[in-house]
Design a binder for this molecule. Structure first.
Ligand SMILES: Cc1ncc(COP(=O)(O)O)c(C=O)c1O
Length: 454
């Protein structure tokens, strides 16, 4: 019998997160203060984040214990399964061996609660009563709503307006877990009001929703802010994915030749590749190919600049050295709302700059085509974000078909697409548009980078 699922017992769930920082080939460039443009200290971050998370952001400890209370909640859905995609292999007629880790079985439907639960836990411990955040596709907002509810914390979510309109059920999900969700730009903050004065029909962006959520958190003592991607501690919380996948690949008796993930802010991809990349850095797996996939409509790594930039539109969030399209870049509305971010996790950028990982940009129509082939072969209907990873995995498998190689391809299926059926409907009706951004649009936004000796 061919084995389809690699299932770990609850007792085999990793009990530590892996922190890549001590194993980086070079140290990360520091964050800068958005006002003074000087390196940030813990006190600068304290109005926004729990002190334990600030410590994790710069920690040089290789492993950090996952608190027992967090593990208990993880066990509601973790460990997640690793699948061998035999049916997809057969449908493609490829000699490649395709595996995927499936994060869509968490209550909110993606990898995002891996960090939401941890962040809510540390905030609760430090007496925080309320947390604000932004959300693109709604996966992150619902994950934080889920986590805050478990710890009795109030949650307010600024949801990018285009997604708010496309996905009412995500809002209802957040409300079911007791959170408040408003479309961004909103009238609740100065950043939102300013944008609406400029453009009453503004579709919103992750960068702007971050400004609104930060402004809200700065204005109240009892409130912190929470970010669902990009930051080092968020990526570290996601390494539970890759650590589990390593154990499961051992069970399968294979080591990946190619690792693939989609990137918005970089957290699911990093969660998958970071535990493996140390083998590449150490020279044990020199040929391991690691590919991240972004949308052509928000081509941060493939067309952006590696420079210091603000994390948000209004210039309130820390300045980070990252590949960026410019913090004022407004990506066209694409259905993969979670991939519409102008920047990228500094850790992912660091690896990309060192050429230890590769990046490609894809249009959304071929991604939906791949999502549908995947759903017809494997059953699970993926989130449009995850569809980018699936397209890339299928393309690599088709290259193997041509070359006759039987490479081991592993990708992260970061979430289900059950609330994204509106975009599937558009695709099936042939009405999904591929929007490209012009070089002029990127150049204009890049002209507004902060002046910090870039
Ligand atoms: C299912 C899913 N995958 C991927 C992403 C992209 O985020 P990240 O790059 O942080 O994993 C999102 C973001 O909302 C998402 O919902």
């Amino acid at each position: 019998m061919e084995r389809t699922k690699y299932i770990l017992n609850e007792k085999d769930m990793p009990t530590r997160w892996y922190n890549i920082q001590p194993d980086l080939p070079k140290p990360l460039p520091p964050y800068l203060h958005p006002g003074t443009k000087q390196p940030l200290g813990p006190a600068d971050l304290a109005p926004l984040f729990a002190m334990e998370l600030i410590k994790q952001e710069v920690s040089q400890e290789r492993y950090i214990d996952i608190p027992e209370e967090v593990q208990e909640i993880y066990r509601l859905w973790r460990p997640t399964n690793l699948f061998r995609a035999y049916r997809l292999e057969k449908a493609l007629g490829t000699p490649a061996k395709i595996y995927y880790k499936y994060e869509g079985t968490s209550p909110p439907g993606s990898h995002k609660p891996n960090t939401a639960v941890a962040q809510a836990y540390y905030n609760k411990k430090e007496g925080i009563k309320r947390i604000t955040t932004e959300t693109g596709a709604g996966q992150w907002g619902s994950s934080l709503a889920f986590a805050c509810n478990l710890f009795g914390i109030e949650c307010k979510v600024y949801m990018v307006r285009v997604s708010y309109n496309q996905k009412p059920y995500r809002r209802i999900m957040m409300e079911t877990w007791g959170a408040k969700c408003v479309p961004s730009p909103s009238l609740d903050t100065k950043a939102g009001r300013d944008m609406l004065a400029q453009d009453p029909n503004c579709p919103g962006s992750l960068g702007l929703a971050i400004s609104e959520a930060c402004e809200d958190a700065f204005s109240r003592e009892d409130t912190h802010y929470s970010l669902g991607s990009v930051l080092n501690h968020v990526l570290m919380h996601q390494t539970i994915i890759g650590q589990e996948a390593m154990k499961q690949m051992e069970m399968a008796g294979h080591y990946p030749d190619i690792l693939i993930g989609c990137v918005g802010g970089g957290s699911n991809f990093a969660g998958m590749f970071l535990p493996f990349v140390k083998d590449k850095i150490a020279g044990k797996k020199k040929n391991l190919q690691i590919i991240c996939v972004e949308p052509e409509s928000c081509p941060t790594l493939t067309k952006g600049l590696y420079a210091y930039d603000y994390g948000d539109v209004a210039g309130m969030a820390p300045i980070a050295k990252m590949f960026t399209l410019g913090h004022t870049f407004m990506p066209p509305p694409v259905h993969a709302g979670g991939l519409r971010y102008h920047g990228m996790a500094p850790i992912v950028c660091h690896f990309y700059d060192l050429k230890l990982i590769e990046a490609i940009a894809l249009r959304q129509n071929p991604c939906f085509e791949a999502a549908i082939s995947f759903a017809r072969a494997e059953g699970h209907i993926p989130a449009p974000e995850a569809a980018h990873a699936i397209r890339a995995a299928m393309d690599e498998a088709l290259k193997c078909k041509e070359s006759g190689q039987s490479k081991v391809i592993v990708f992260n299926n970061s979430g289900h697409g059950h609330f994204d059926l509106g975009s599937y409907e558009k695709y099936l009706a042939g009405k999904l548009e591929d929007t490209e951004v012009s070089d002029a649009q990127i150049k204009k936004a890049l002209a507004e980078l902060p002046k910090v000796g870039n």
